[in-house]
Design a protein around this ligand. Structure first.
Ligand code: G
Ligand code: MN
Length: 319
């Protein structure tokens, strides 16, 4: 436990995170050692007090710097791809929505989203990437003439963007243009709103009035609080993949998923399970009366043209 320090009449808690380098293996002079210690610090995390430098950190830092530099050119080099992963209603087995997922293909290889999305955020490119995404979704929706209600397009919103002033205008425009056939939903994580809950609720309420729905993404992993659920104008809970992974093997995960589904239903929200990969998981979710699912067992994320074909086949709609 941290010991508090008295500052006038207040008690404050101070914590340090240290990056360390070792003489002479990491460097033979102060400059080289400080450089390595800084790299160790960048690679540290809040749970470890002292992180020691190793050579692997150096190469991963260099790789990251190179990727960051390349990200600046991803849009002009046509390296971004807008993918869509279907969300399927468990009772009707029909596709009732999609999650829009951004992919970055560099020299023929996909860079994992978990690696590049935080970088996009970090180097301030999120507004440009978000706009690129919205424009591709707009173009796709215009082409997908056979899509009809009930159908929603879920768009992930990064925390920084969510609180920036201008982000919502484009979304509102997109929603209004295609309101006759789809609903636009935004996916926000519980952590996303923590920064300023009051403003978060205001923004979501304003979007809600314009017909934009809210899904709480990765539910169960953040600081899930009931007042949060009570106060947010959210329509859907998405159960985090980590619970789904252990649905069949861990009694507690099973009980948690069961309870989340019941909770959602009791407060009038719909519930989606994400990351469903096996038939057993699918069967349990059906038995627990989950509304809909998303996962590799049914569909992987795919490009727009492929998705539209899948939609037409699944819903017997005519193009
Ligand atoms: O938490 P969020 O809804 O943003 O997660 C979406 C991510 O999860 C996407 O990158 C998508 O490719 C991935 N994903 C979706 N379904 C599955 C699945 O069944 N298994 C795994 N491993 N990843 C999945
Ligand atoms: Mn999501």
């Amino acid at each position: 436990m941290l010991e508090p320090i008295k500052l006038n009449s207040d008690e404050v808690y101070i914590k340090a995170t240290i990056g360390a380098a070792t003489y002479p293996s990491d460097g033979k002079n102060a400059r080289a050692l400080i450089y390595c210690a800084e790299i160790a610090l960048i690679n540290s995390n809040e749970h470890i007090e002292v992180t020691y430098y190793d050579d692997e950190m150096q190469s991963s830092s260099e790789r990251n710097l190179k990727l960051e530099a390349e990200l600046h050119h991803a849009i002009e080099n046509n390296e971004l791809e807008q993918c869509y992963q279907p969300i399927v209603d468990l009772k009707s087995k029909k596709i009732v929505g999609i999650e829009a997922l951004l992919r970055w293909k560099k020299n023929g290889c996909y860079i994992p989203p978990a690696q590049f999305i935080p970088m996009v955020e970090e180097i301030g490119l999120m507004p440009a990437f978000h706009l690129w995404s919205i424009n591709s979704i707009e173009a796709a929706l215009t082409q997908w003439s056979a899509i009809t209600h009930p159908f929603h397009v879920s768009i992930n919103i990064s925390p920084k963007l969510f609180f920036s002033t201008n982000f919502s205008n484009k979304l509102i425009e997109l929603s209004a243009t295609h309101a006759n056939k789809v609903r636009i939903a935004i996916e926000v994580t519980e952590g996303c709103l923590i920064e300023d809950m009051k403003r978060g609720v205001e923004i979501l309420t304003m979007l809600n009035k314009k017909g934009i729905q809210t899904t709480i993404d990765d539910f169960g992993t953040g600081l899930s609080s009931f007042s949060y659920l009570k106060n947010l104008p959210a329509t859907t809970i998405k159960i985090d993949k980590s619970f789904i992974d252990e649905l069949a093997s861990n009694k507690k995960s099973h009980a948690i998923v069961h309870s989340i589904i019941q909770l959602a239903k009791n407060i009038g929200m719909t519930v989606v399970a994400e990351g469903v990969e096996s038939q057993t998981q699918l069967d349990i979710l059906t038995q627990l009366d989950c509304d809909s699912i998303q996962g590799f067992i049914l569909y992987q994320p795919m490009l727009g043209d492929e998705f539209y074909q899948v939609y037409l086949e699944n819903t017997d709609a005519k193009a």
